[in-house]
Each structure stands twice: as structure tokens, then as C-alpha cells.
Design a protein around this ligand. Structure first.
Ligand SMILES: C[S@@+](CC[C@H](N)C(=O)[O-])C[C@H]1O[C@@H](n2cnc3c(N)ncnc32)[C@H](O)[C@@H]1O
Ligand code: SF4
Length: 449
């Protein structure tokens, strides 16, 4: 199943092979023929601790680096039609889903706070009233940008139970921001962060990017220090990825070296400032873990990313069951995104009863997903949990994992395999190395639009 290439040889390539936040990537999805009925699909899934995700594919600008499913629009009718379509979709999907309990909710994009207050209210109502998620009892996260984090929107979100506000800043250096085609000024970013604090979110996350044009290790550290002034509970440090069809284009060894240096220096700075590393990109203030857990009511089920399902609403959102991942078609080019959005808004009600595009996970792919998601976070792979889930021995299924230990990229201790600091740094290579042959082939033959 796994790639046969020895890890040592695989690591000779750029360390930036793939950002594995889920497995497999959407470029491994294909049309499902015949389409799969959602009632039948979800009947077979444990629905006690689902993740509800709503996708808002709108932004005030298209950043040069961004390859997310989003479009720039200031057309109110278009946005209203999108929200109405999502209401229709939610009704049908909830009927298909039946009795279910949500353990987490996230509103992402794009930029959800680009929406006016009344649309944000409608979306929170969809989550609460149509889908039945109890937003005051479960962790709720919303993504926002500096220019759209207005006071009235923040207050609404906080009042309705949002406890994590995540803002894309990318850089505090004006020339770097300009090069990404973002419009924000640093005073605007600081004002937005001040408003977020004043609104009282228990968790604020700041996204920063390294490897930007003209960025040096020195300017990178300045951005991190500027972020630290706001004492965010979480910080994501993203290495810049430039994929085909996004606006910036450069790639060479020098760029890799710069990203590695930024990663190392940024990581040490955060560790010395009291943060703990959760994954290659994610850092959390050390005293926070406990507080976050206490936000969850004792009666609420805890979501587990390796095994629990995700229900996505909106165009571009993914849904996961144990055996099927599905979504709408994926694109990065602006016209193609528009076409997919138009098709979404014209979807007849009864078509929302089916998954039409996705990836079916056989038992090998389920195992592969499990080890990838566990290994690439500080949790590591728990051998006993793996055995209980799959009735199989981890080293029997993945003898390749020994290579990680031989190269000192992972350590086995207390029935767990966890990445070493060196392994964490190489997460984007180790992840890609663990992709199955089938997924590699699908990704390679995907026709990117
Ligand atoms: C949905 S956006 C965050 C909210 C909002 N849209 C914004 O940009 O302010 C998610 C994050 O993904 C990161 N990101 C997106 N495309 C990226 C790329 N090509 N390389 C690195 N990071 C990227 C950015 O840090 C961005 O903040
Ligand atoms: S980075 Fe954020 S604001 Fe920029 S295009 Fe992507 S989703 Fe939109």
C-alpha cells in the first residue's frame, strides 16, 4: 500500500511536500458513480461526537498565495443566494443524518466575517436550530481577517457561544503584506486584535506565514514578537506554499533554506515564550490546555479527529465518515470557483440527499489516515488505541515506521510513537511519504482547475 521509496531517499527532496491537515487531500477526490445516498451512508456511522463545519467562500481580496476555495465578491444578491442555498442544504442533510450530536463547530473560509451581521446570525441559527448543535456547550471557532473583524460581528459571535477567534495576519511588516496583495495595515491589525480581546474570546489564534517574498529571519521574528504583544492563546506558523494557479511564483533551494531557518528560529522563540508545540504549525500557550478542556461541558462528547465524523455544509466544505470523504468539486482558479459556486446554488433540493464527489476509504486507507493524523501531532500514535480500533498490530501494518526510528525522526516510548523535534520539522515530508500508492496516483493524475 505505502510508497516503496526508502524514507532516507524521500527526504532528499524539498522538506515542503504537502501540508497534511487531512488525508487524503481533495485532489484525490473523484466523481462518485453512482452517487451515494446520505441517509444510508450516515446510518452506518457513529454520530455521537460529530464536527460541524460551515464554509463561507467569500473574501474581500484574493491573497497572492492563497489556494483555498474562496472568491472575491461584493455582490449582496450573490451572497444572499448562497446563504439561502445553505439553508436548503442544511434541511435536507439534517433529515438524512437523523439523530446526531455535535461535539464541535467551526465556521471557516474564505472569510466568514466578510458576511454582514444578519447573515452571520442566519448561519449560527442553521448550526443551532436546523442542525441541533448546542453552541453554548461545545467549542466553536470562527476565522476572520483584520479588515472584517468589526465590533458588532465580534460581539454577536461571542454572545452566541464562539470561544475561539482565529485571525489571518500573515505578517506585521508592511512591505511583506503588500507583496501578498493583502490590503491590511499594521495599525488595522492591532486594532482588530484589541477588539477581539475586548469581545472576550477565551482563545485567540493568530496565523503568520514564513517564506514570503523579501522576508528575512529577522523580519519574521519581528512579526512573531508583534503577535506576542497580544498574548494569543494559539499561534499558527505556516510555511508559505505556492501552488500552481495562485498569484506568487518562486521555488528554489534558497527558499527552502530560508523557510527552515524561519521555522527553527520561530519555534525556539515561541518555546522560550511559554508556548508548547502541538504540530509543525500549531503552538499553544502552555497554561491553556487545561482551560480549553474546561470550556467543554462535562456532558459534551469530545471530538476525536482520527475517528469521529465531520459534517460539512456550504460549497467547498468536506464531510467525513469512516468510509467516505465527500465535498463539492475543488478548484483554485477564480472562474472555476465561480462556476462551482453557481452550480451549488442551482442544486435541486433532492440532490443534496446524495454525495456526488469524494473518496472511498477501504480499511488500508482508514489505517493510513489514522496513523498520519496521530503521528503529525504531539499526540503521536498510540499502539493500544490503534490495536483496539483495527484489531491489528501497528508494525505489522506499517513496517516502514521503523525507518522513522532508525533516522531518529520518531521515538517509541510508553506504547506510543511520537515525532522527535527533527521529525516534527520534517512533518510535510514524512506525511507525504506515508501517502498510499493509490492516493499518490490520484493526486498526480488530478487535473487542477
Ligand atoms: C481561511 S484563512 C484565515 C482567515 C482569513 N481568510 C485571512 O486570511 O485573514 C487560513 C490561513 O491559511 C494560511 N494559508 C492560506 N494559504 C496559504 C499558503 N499558500 N501557504 C501558507 N499558508 C497559507 C494563512 O495563514 C491563512 O490565514
Ligand atoms: S488568505 Fe484568507 S483572505 Fe486571503 S484569499 Fe485566502 S481565505 Fe481569503
Amino acid at each position: 500500500m505505502l510508497t516503496t521509496k526508502p524514507l532516507k531517499q524521500f527526504l532528499k527532496q524539498s522538506p515542503y511536500q504537502a501540508y497534511v491537515y487531512s488525508y487524503p487531500h481533495k485532489t484525490a477526490y473523484r466523481p462518485l458513480n453512482p452517487p451515494i445516498n446520505l441517509t444510508e451512508l450516515w446510518t452506518q456511522q457513529d454520530k455521537q461526537a460529530l464536527f460541524l463545519y460551515i464554509h463561507i467562500p467569500f473574501c474581500e481580496m484574493r491573497c497572492g498565495f492563497c489556494n483555498l476555495f474562496t472568491t472575491v465578491t461584493h455582490n449582496e444578491d450573490f451572497v444572499t443566494q448562497y446563504i439561502r442555498t445553505m439553508q436548503r442544504q442544511a434541511q435536507r442533510v439534517k433529515t438524512a443524518l437523523g439523530e446526531a450530536s455535535f461535539a464541535r463547530f467551526a465556521l471557516g473560509g474564505g472569510t466568514p466575517t466578510q458576511l454582514p451581521v444578519h447573515h452571520l446570525e442566519t448561519i449560527l441559527n442553521i448550526a443551532e436550530e436546523t442542525m441541533g448543535a448546542n453552541l453554548q456547550q461545545i467549542p466553536v471557532s470562527v476565522e476572520m481577517s483584520p479588515e472584517t473583524a468589526h465590533k458588532d460581528k465580534l460581539q454577536l459571535l461571542r454572545d452566541r457561544g464562539v470561544d475561539r477567534a482565529s485571525i489571518g495576519v500573515q505578517s506585521f511588516i508592511a512591505s511583506e503584506v503588500l507583496a501578498t496583495q493583502r490590503r491590511q495595515t499594521t495599525p488595522q491589525v492591532e486594532a482588530a486584535l484589541t477588539r477581539m480581546r475586548a469581545a472576550g474570546f477565551p482563545t485567540i489564534n493568530i496565523d503568520l506565514i514564513y517564506g514570503l517574498p523579501s522576508q528575512t529571519v529577522e523580519t519574521w521574528l519581528k512579526s512573531i514578537l508583534a503577535a506576542l504583544k497580544f498574548q494569543p492563546e494559539e499561534i499558527y506558523l505556516y510555511p508559505l506554499y505556492v501552488r500552481p494557479l495562485t498569484g506568487l511564483g518562486c521555488s528554489d533551494k534558497e527558499w527552502d533554506d530560508n523557510r527552515i531557518s524561519c521555522y527553527r528560529e520561530g519555534r525556539s522563540l515561541l518555546l522560550s515564550e511559554g508556548y508548547t508545540q502541538v504540530s509543525m504549525r500549531m503552538f499553544r500557550r502552555r497554561e491553556i490546555k487545561q482551560e480549553i478542556n474546561s470550556l467543554v461541558s462535562p456532558s459534551s462528547p469530545i471530538y476525536c479527529c482520527q475517528s469521529d465524523g465531520m459534517l460539512g455544509l456550504g460549497c467547498g466544505a468536506r464531510s467525513y465518515t469512516e468510509t467516505l470523504h465527500y465535498s463539492n468539486e475543488y478548484a483554485v482558479g477564480s472562474q472555476e470557483i465561480r462556476d462551482i459556486l453557481q452550480a451549488y446554488m442551482q442544486t435541486p433540493d433532492e440532490t443534496f440527499d446524495y454525495a456526488t464527489y469524494g473518496f472511498q476509504l477501504n480499511i488500508e486507507e482508514q489505517r493510513c489516515r489514522y496513523i498520519l493524523l496521530s503521528l503529525l501531532s504531539d499526540e503521536g500514535i498510540n499502539f493500544i488505541a490503534y490495536q483496539q480500533r483495527f484489531q491489528s498490530d501497528i508494525y505489522y501494518d506499517f513496517p516502514e515506521l521503523i525507518q522513522l526510528i532508525d533516522l531518529e525522526l520518531a521515538t517509541p516510548a510508553e506504547q506510543k510513537l511520537t515525532l522527535t523535534a527533527k521529525g516534527m520539522e520534517l512533518s510535510d515530508s514524512i506525511g507525504a511519504w506515508l501517502f498510499s500508492e493509490q492516493v499518490n496516483q490520484l493526486i498526480q493524475t488530478y487535473n487542477l482547475k
